[in-house]
Ligand binder design. Structure first.
Ligand SMILES: Cc1ncc(COP(=O)(O)O)c(C=O)c1O
Length: 333
């Protein structure tokens, strides 16, 4: 690695602009009190989220990262003989946490890198009780549209919970992105997962949440680990939500740089149209993939080799700021 270059971490889809200064202020106001236990029920945050989505605070479940919510969903809604269903080439935690919880997880194939909900249907059986759909999908960045999700919900039994994971929703610019809250009113078996780790820049804080029917939230909350939310997280999340300018700027800049990176990389590589803050590259061979990874690594640019997710011939690059994207393009073209 060339030590004179700044190391650029573009492997885990964090916000390249960090977090809002309001978050830092909120943390500084509270950090001396970390000897105290956190509140068990972060009511101020729940109320703020409830207002944002026009739901009741009792519809919100907050967890230590959305992975904790995913874990809780499996523990709460998948009985011993029941099963989880998701897509292959999707967020790795769905399968991993099914294994951790000793539950079977089946994987439906993608169609040309897209999570097509219809593809899940042949995999549904009497034991299927929870389906995870990442929208946009990680790692391919593709979108499921409103009508695709609605058609799917219409076809499946209403006792199967469909957890739509919208960790990257704030980066989406495509108008066909589902109004999942509206769909949830029609299909209460939808649970919507959100993260504060992406556009809100709080990955290290570990905080996420989900919106669901109150009866589901009651069951989820019973399974919460006491005091699992750290003392600073809820206040940091409130401050992050308060800085609308920061979110707008992050989203706008991401859309610009995403397009630039996608267009440039598409000239030489197989890329997938993305609605998130990362670009997925598919190669014909592992050798070719290693070459691209190696070139970037030599320049101090760390990206995600999808081999760790069982995808041997692909890479995922987080969209950075303008300078970072120029460095990538200069290195690869
Ligand atoms: C689709 C998806 N959902 C959830 C998460 C996890 O987010 P959190 O940091 O809130 O646990 C990620 C993280 O990369 C993700 O890609």
């Amino acid at each position: 690695m060339n030590q004179s270059e700044t190391v650029l971490r573009l492997s885990t889809n964090e916000n390249c602009f960090g977090c809002s200064p309001l978050v830092l202020e909120a943390i500084l106001n509270k950090y001396k009190d970390v000897y105290l236990y956190p509140e068990v029920n972060p009511i101020a945050l729940k109320e703020k989220l409830a207002k944002k989505y026009s739901v009741n605070p009792d519809n919100i479940v907050v967890g230590a990262g959305s992975v904790r919510i995913i874990d809780g969903l499996i523990q709460t809604f998948v009985g011993r003989e029941q099963e989880v269903l998701t897509f292959e080439k999707s967020f790795i935690a769905y399968g991993q946490l099914s294994i951790v919880n000793n539950r079977k997880c089946s994987f439906a194939p993608l169609t040309e890198f897209r999570c097509v909900p219809e593809n899940l249907i042949p995999f549904i059986n009497f034991n299927t009780s929870l389906i995870f759909i990442a929208n946009p999908n990680n790692p391919t960045g593709t979108l499921i549209t409103h009508s695709e999700l609605e058609n799917f919900m219409e076809k499946i039994p209403s006792d199967i919970i469909v957890a739509v994971d919208e960790a990257y929703a704030e980066y989406v610019t495509d108008a066909s992105f589902p109004d999942t809250l509206a769909l949830q009113k029609k299909y209460p078996n939808i649970i919507i997962i959100h993260s504060f780790s992406k556009i809100y820049g709080l990955a290290g804080m570990r905080i996420g949440y989900a919106i669901m029917e109150e009866k589901f939230a009651v069951r989820m909350n019973k399974g919460q680990i006491p005091f699992s939310l750290n003392y600073l997280a809820a206040d940091a999340a409130i401050a992050a939500m308060d800085d609308e300018n920061f979110i707008q700027k992050s989203s706008k800049e991401n859309a610009l740089q995403r397009e630039y990176l996608f267009e440039e990389l598409s000239k030489n590589y197989t890329t997938v149209a993305t609605q998130a803050n990362f670009v997925y590259l598919q190669f014909d061979s592992e050798t070719e993939k290693h070459q691209v990874y190696g070139k970037l690594f030599a320049q101090g640019i760390l990206i995600c080799d999808m081999k760790i997710y069982g995808q041997e011939k692909s890479l995922r690059i987080t969209v950075g700021d303008a300078e970072a994207c120029k460095r990538i393009v200069a290195c690869l073209t």
